[in-house]
Design a protein around this ligand. Structure first.
Ligand SMILES: *[C@@H]1O[C@H](CO)[C@@H](O)[C@H](O)[C@H]1NC(C)=O
Ligand SMILES: *[C@@H]1O[C@H](CO)[C@@H](O)[C@H](O)[C@H]1NC(C)=O
Ligand SMILES: *[C@@H]1O[C@H](CO)[C@@H](O)[C@H](O)[C@H]1NC(C)=O
Ligand SMILES: *[C@@H]1O[C@H](CO)[C@@H](O)[C@H](O)[C@H]1NC(C)=O
Ligand SMILES: *[C@@H]1O[C@H](CO)[C@@H](O)[C@H](O)[C@H]1NC(C)=O
Ligand SMILES: *[C@@H]1O[C@H](CO)[C@@H](O)[C@H](O)[C@H]1NC(C)=O
Ligand SMILES: *[C@@H]1O[C@H](CO)[C@@H](O)[C@H](O)[C@H]1NC(C)=O
Ligand SMILES: *[C@@H]1O[C@H](CO)[C@@H](O)[C@H](O)[C@H]1NC(C)=O
Ligand SMILES: *[C@@H]1O[C@H](CO)[C@@H](O)[C@H](O)[C@H]1NC(C)=O
Ligand SMILES: *[C@@H]1O[C@H](CO)[C@@H](O)[C@H](O)[C@H]1NC(C)=O
Ligand SMILES: *[C@@H]1O[C@H](CO)[C@@H](O)[C@H](O)[C@H]1NC(C)=O
Ligand SMILES: *[C@@H]1O[C@H](CO)[C@@H](O)[C@H](O)[C@H]1NC(C)=O
Length: 443
């Protein structure tokens, strides 16, 4: 019966062109916590509620973190309820059911997310949603779910794509000198419309099922950047993963930064490239932590914490709560992310996983955010020169706030000189007040 209602309503919805949702849900990047990077398959109601309580007690809720997301492995692995076709929560690990966990998360003033895959099984082999989109969306809505992370594992053979996308398909620099993608025999022809891919169709089925529910569920696509999701993500979900999975080695974090730096035109209000969950707290150095968080915030990625909060250091919490970076990520008036204005080690627009762009800037309603990273393995003296930064006047003078120290450097002329240690990122907010104006790129 629920499934019938969903199908009926979805045909009436005029929402096919952009996922604009009630109450501004999905307008800005999501802020929250997810169980995967901390616990992988070893997830339970106890761990979810412990995380939710830490989000409150550490003050993360106060600065905007709101979604507490259950990742893979929450259900009975052997199959669905044969009567209702619903996925069954594991009664040992989730003794109150997902609805009971949701009630307790909501009682803390937070929202709750759940996980499934656009395939027959999740990545860990649990029942998933292809062919069951309507019953699952209705079930999630009935349980009080606010967010769905929708993965891309175990795609049935009749749903796979005949050709694949590649970064050099839609951006000038190529992975190979001759402009082709390495090791890909089945590249889609240039001009291919990726909205017509089976991947896009699989994700639209769940979109329509969610939109048919009488509950706003943020839709987070996790198709690993396949089928040029940047070209149809905004019409399909509130955010979309643009790369393979993140993992703690800083090399992997830089590789995702490099990939996303070429795809940031796809991010604006209501739809965001998701550079994957944060590895803050998971064994990366203090400098790497600053770089990772600052650049994820500046790219307007969703910021989803992925660590065991019972063991998180004060220094990491301070990074996660940086008021200037969160304000930039959550700016209600400017939707565009920061972008590179200079690459640094390599010539501009070089696609290189180890040496992504080092010099970034972005407009905000409170000034221009400037980031200067250092991907060499030694401390380097760097200059953020106003003459190179979009919107700033060459030779001008601006108020400069050091975003990590939270203190003003006063009026600084020409540019900001700084020694940046290996893998660290200096971040400044550049504001008017010293005579020079900031030229807005958009009105
Ligand atoms: C529920 O989860 C526990 C802990 O992971 C596991 O041992 C048990 O087999 C699961 N139960 C079912 C019915 O899948
Ligand atoms: C399946 O759903 C029916 C109807 O809601 C319910 O009575 C039954 O207990 C469920 N079975 C399982 C294994 O959850
Ligand atoms: C794959 O098969 C399923 C089940 O028969 C069907 O519902 C679905 O439409 C098929 N997918 C495509 C892309 O044809
Ligand atoms: C492009 O270069 C790659 C190796 O970098 C090679 O495998 C491929 O065959 C080349 N393609 C063309 C069309 O020359
Ligand atoms: C791509 O295909 C979609 C249908 O999925 C269509 O709405 C859109 O207009 C097409 N875009 C172009 C550029 O042809
Ligand atoms: C949707 O839910 C709200 C309360 O959550 C209720 O007031 C409203 O009647 C429902 N609408 C439909 C069409 O079921
Ligand atoms: C910086 O990160 C790279 C990986 O990208 C690593 O090899 C190097 O050891 C790191 N340097 C320091 C000083 O942490
Ligand atoms: C992004 O937009 C800018 C400004 O409109 C344009 O110059 C640039 O070519 C675009 N980049 C891509 C990858 O489309
Ligand atoms: C995505 O859609 C929203 C809503 O229509 C729009 O405001 C936004 O500019 C779109 N994003 C891009 C990158 O075009
Ligand atoms: C804007 O910048 C000023 C510092 O010049 C700071 O005091 C204020 O908190 C900032 N506001 C936001 C929303 O970041
Ligand atoms: C990436 O850039 C570095 C520094 O210029 C260079 O040494 C390295 O060979 C480049 N890597 C690739 C795969 O081109
Ligand atoms: C980077 O420097 C550190 C010492 O600061 C050293 O341990 C590490 O091996 C160096 N890594 C690379 C890739 O050179």
């Amino acid at each position: 019966m629920m499934a019938l209602k969903s199908v009926f309503l979805s045909s009436l919805l005029p929402c096919a062109f952009a996922l604009v949702r009630p109450n501004d849900v999905g307008r800005l990047p999501a802020l929250g916590w997810n169980s995967w990077n901390a616990y992988h398959c070893d997830v339970s109601e106890d761990k979810i509620l412990q995380a939710a309580n830490f989000v409150v007690s550490l003050g993360l809720k106060d600065v905007g973190y709101e979604y507490i997301n259950v990742d893979d492995c929450w259900s009975v692995k052997s199959g669905r309820n044969t009567t209702t076709q619903q996925i069954i929560p594991n009664a040992t690990t989730f003794p109150d059911g997902i609805s009971g966990t949701a009630e307790q998360v909501h009682a803390l003033g937070l929202k709750i997310g759940i996980y499934s895959s656009a395939g027959t099984e999740t990545c860990a082999g649990y029942p998933a949603s292809i062919g069951y989109e309507n019953v699952d969306a209705a079930t999630f809505a009935a349980w009080g779910i606010d967010y769905l992370k929708y993965d891309n594992c175990n795609v049935p053979s009749n749903w796979t794509d005949t050709c694949v996308s590649c970064v050099s398909d839609y951006y000038t620099p190529a992975l190979n000198q001759n402009g082709s993608c390495a090791g890909e025999p089945s590249l889609c022809p240039s001009g291919y419309n990726y909205s017509t891919s089976n991947t896009a169709s699989r994700y639209r089925l769940m979109r329509d099922a969610l939109l048919a529910q009488n509950r706003t569920i943020l839709y987070s696509l996790c198709d690993w950047g396949q089928a040029y999701v940047e070209s149809w993500g905004n019409a399909t979900g509130n955010s979309w993963r643009m790369s393979d999975d993140i993992s703690p080695p800083f090399e992997r974090i830089l590789a995702i930064l490099n990939e996303n730096s070429f795809q940031l035109n796809a991010t604006d209000f209501w739809g965001h490239n998701d550079a994957d969950m944060l590895e803050v707290g998971n064994g990366i150095s203090a400098a790497q932590t600053r770089s990772h968080f600052a650049l994820w915030a500046a790219m307007k990625s969703p910021l989803i914490i992925g660590t065991d909060l019972s063991g998180v250091s004060d220094a990491d919490v301070a990074v996660l709560k940086n008021a200037y970076l969160l304000a930039f990520n959550q700016d209600a008036e400017v939707g565009a992310p920061a972008t590179p204005y200079k690459w640094g080690v390599n010539p501009d627009y070089t696609f290189n996983a180890s040496f992504p762009a080092e010099y970034w800037s972005g407009e905000s309603s409170n000034g221009t955010l400037v980031l200067v990273g250092n991907w060499l393995n030694e401390t380097m003296s760097k200059v953020a020169n106003y003459s190179e930064i979009p919107g700033l006047q060459a030779g001008g003078a601006y108020q400069v706030v050091d975003v990590w120290a939270g203190s003003s450097l006063g009026c600084v002329q020409n540019g900001v000189q700084v020694n940046v240690e290996a893998n660290d990122t200096a971040v400044y907010l550049i504001q008017e007040g010293c005579g020079s104006v900031i030229q807005k790129r958009r009105t």
